[in-house]
Design a protein around this ligand. Structure first.
Ligand code: NAD
Length: 357
């Protein structure tokens, strides 16, 4: 067996993992030499943010509790101004990708170090990718300044994540690993993480749906999500992420559910072009076929499997296929309007994925 040539850049984030690891918050803030932390959260997670503020005492400068999906520019500006007026020297983002995204928007301008405490499986805490929405258009970019310096993964904080969001958020994570395995710049180290991440999530998600309070399954899922986030932060993505970005950005469809519904169809579409990666995905899922494995993981555990069931309209299919194929981008199999339109139709109807030649 031949070892391929590759480039691997280690990205230095400090990770503190384990049930109850939030108890190390003060130590981690001190490690950053921070005296005045600005705590970020969504309105729904205010209570968690308050508990952090209580732990930190005088080191908590304020709580900004208005994080929303896709980081609207006006909100980012407000949060940046608040951070500056408080002379904050650290941002603590407790929540999912939306809250961590707000922290990144602050860091992008000010270089403020971020301490991330993820409570979903989206994986943003492990990437230097940021997104900002202005006038309805989401712009994404990459900048190492937005990569959190420290990440505390405490599975206890994920116990409150509802079962369906846990499932779809977990499959969102799995999508990073799946596309990482056939990435143009894949490398053996990241592929190991991808396989391990998929396997951990495939084991943990059904157990979480059966019992959302199962702390062992929560730990396993968060461990898998960390690995999958690392994959997203290190190698390029392809058709699946492009499609979800187009659908989410243009139609405002829910992020994790969109990923869950689209992934099986993209895997079926790409299967013939990258058989070895598909075998690794299938093996990690414990299923004979990668696309069907993801579809069954979603369907049998109660996730929606049709875009029509999460707010998309049939008359939007043509436009989405046009947008997703308008600019060329790398995918292991060539894309064209007709095939992507057909793929989207299947995802819209929620039929099982089918191999396309
Ligand atoms: P989210 O952050 O929008 O959270 C969804 C909802 O769940 C929110 O209302 C939140 O308050 C709630 N929630 C979060 N954790 C909870 C918990 N433990 N218990 C109860 N409720 C909880 O959802 P998400 O899927 O994590 O993030 C989606 C956003 O992140 C999108 O905008 C996406 O583009 C972005 N994202 C960015 C990257 C990146 O690398 N930049 C990676 C993944 C996702």
């Amino acid at each position: 067996m031949q070892t391929p040539d590759f480039v691997y850049s280690a990205r230095a984030a400090r990770v503190v993992f384990g049930a109850g690891s939030l108890q190390h918050l003060e130590r981690e803030v001190l490690n950053q030499r921070a005296e005045r932390a600005l705590i970020l959260c969504t309105p729904g997670q205010r209570e968690v943010a308050e508990a952090l503020a209580q732990r930190l005492g005088s080191r908590a400068a304020a709580i900004f509790d208005r994080a929303v999906m896709h980081v609207p520019l006006e909100l980012a500006i407000e949060a940046r101004e608040l951070a500056a007026s408080l002379k904050a020297d650290c941002a603590i983002a407790v929540g999912g990708g939306s809250t961590i995204g707000l922290g990144k928007a602050i860091a992008l301008e000010s270089g403020l170090p971020i301490l991330a405490i993820p409570t979903t499986y989206a994986g943003s805490e492990m990437t230097p990718i940021f997104g900002l929405t202005e006038g309805g258009l989401k712009r994404t970019g990459t900048d190492l300044r937005v990569l959190p310096k420290t990440v505390i993964y405490d599975p206890e904080l994920t116990l409150s994540l509802p079962a369906e969001l846990s499932l779809t958020s977990g499959i969102n994570a799995l999508a990073h690993a799946a596309e990482g395995l056939y990435s143009r710049d894949a490398n053996p180290i990241i592929s190991l993480m991808a396989e391990e991440g998929i396997a951990a999530l495939a084991q943990a998600l059904p157990a979480i749906v059966a019992d959302p309070q199962d702390l062992q399954a929560r730990s396993r899922a968060l461990y898998g999500a960390w690995l999958c986030g690392t994959v997203l932060g290190n190698v390029g993505m392809a058709l699946h992420h492009k499609l979800c970005h187009t659908l989410g950005g243009s139609l405002n469809l829910p992020h994790a559910q969109t990923h869950t519904i689209v992934l099986p169809h993209v895997l079926a579409y790409n299967a013939g072009a990258v058989p070895e990666a598909m075998q690794r995905i299938a093996k990690a899922l414990g299923h004979a076929d990668a696309g069907t494995g993801v579809y069954e993981l979603a369907r049998t555990n109660g996730s929606p499997v049709a875009l029509r069931d999460i707010g998309m309209q049939a008359d939007q299919l043509d436009q989405m296929a046009e947008l997703a194929t308008a600019n060329p981008y790398w995918n292991p199999r060539a894309i064209d309007y007709t095939s992507i339109r057909a793929l989207l139709q299947d995802a819209f109807d929620g039929v099982p994925p089918r191999a396309r030649v």
